[in-house]
Design a protein around this ligand. Structure first.
Ligand SMILES: [Fe+2]
Length: 302
């Protein structure tokens, strides 16, 4: 038997393993006329099954977490396209795998140079460690020093899993309150509702955003140096209309008095601090993202 993966074990299960050992039993049936012999064969078959299962479990455990993540992504995002949302069990499978991944599993330590404080007037440089990208999904790690900001941006038609590996970050995320495609064409600002506005500290659970929910537009600010393992399905693609757009956000009161009649939206007083106007902007000039070599375990693509 070649390489055994967790999926192999799940697919085969105990019954299949039993079937695989059955020919041995039948071969020896001629000489197993007595109860004693039958018991011996039964014990032997059980031992074989247990040995084989143990061997497969050992092999599976030896597959490193990043490889398991890659294998799962190939399955979960097999039919990914714009607007794709995995089934609940696939989401559970992937988020459980990500929940267990730690910084050391991807070769990261807090002492790496891209986490060091930067003495500069510019915004601190962000480092991206590329692990994998195909047309169905991408896997990579963003590393920010303290005070670094990943500015407010969107993930059009994508499902994104983000696992904070190191540090503390402040996340502010939004979903559209009114889909911009449903508002007057001349309107430059669009209402969004705040989904998350909180600090997140590693270790913590995986965050998931969806094409129209979960905080599809988000901004990450580094309270301390941090690293996030990101899985995007499908990835950004200009030809397929999945372009990364940046936004500025403004409190509700900023524009509410200047809107024309067809732009007016009624928001209860107590809800006004939970919504904001988002306006498209150019990519921030001080946003610098540099690539660095991923030094964690290599992925085998078969
Ligand atoms: Fe993002």
């Amino acid at each position: 038997m070649g390489k055994a993966t967790e999926a192999d074990i799940k697919e085969k299960g105990f019954s299949k393993l039993d079937q695989e050992t059955k020919p041995n039993t039948e071969d020896t049936n001629e000489v197993s006329k007595t109860n004693k012999n039958r018991n011996t064969i039964s014990d032997s078959r059980g031992k074989n099954s247990r040995r084989r299962l143990k061997k497969m479990m050992t092999l599976s455990a030896s597959v490193h977490p990043v490889q398991r993540l890659f294998n799962a992504c190939k399955d979960v995002f097999a039919s990914a396209g714009t607007g794709f949302v995995p089934s609940p069990d696939k989401i559970e499978q992937l988020s459980t795998l990500l929940d267990e991944i730690q910084a050391a599993d991807v070769g990261l330590t807090p002492k790496m140079p891209f986490f060091s404080p930067q003495v500069t007037r510019r915004a601190p440089t962000i480092t991206y460690l590329h692990i994998h990208e195909c047309e169905k999904f991408s896997i990579g790690i963003f590393c920010l020093p303290r005070s670094g900001v990943l500015p407010l941006h969107n993930h059009p038609g994508m499902t994104v899993f983000s696992k904070l590996l190191l540090g503390t970050m402040h996340i502010k995320s939004y979903d559209w309150l009114v889909d911009p495609s449903q508002t007057p064409r001349h309107q430059e600002v669009h209402l969004a509702k705040v989904k998350v506005d909180a600090d997140l500290t590693a270790p913590c659970k995986t965050s998931i955003l969806y094409p129209a929910d979960g905080g599809n537009m988000h901004c990450f600010t580094a309270v301390t140096a941090w690293a996030v393992l990101d899985v995007l399905g499908p990835p950004y693609s200009d030809p397929e209309g999945r372009h990364c757009t940046y936004y500025s956000d403004y409190p509700f009161m900023t524009f509410s008095g200047t809107l024309t009649a067809d732009e007016q939206v009624s928001i209860p007083e107590e809800e006004k601090d939970k919504v904001a106007w988002l306006q498209e902007r150019d990519k921030p000039e001080d946003l610098v993202v540099v690539g660095a070599l991923y030094t964690g375990p290599e992925i085998v693509e078969d």
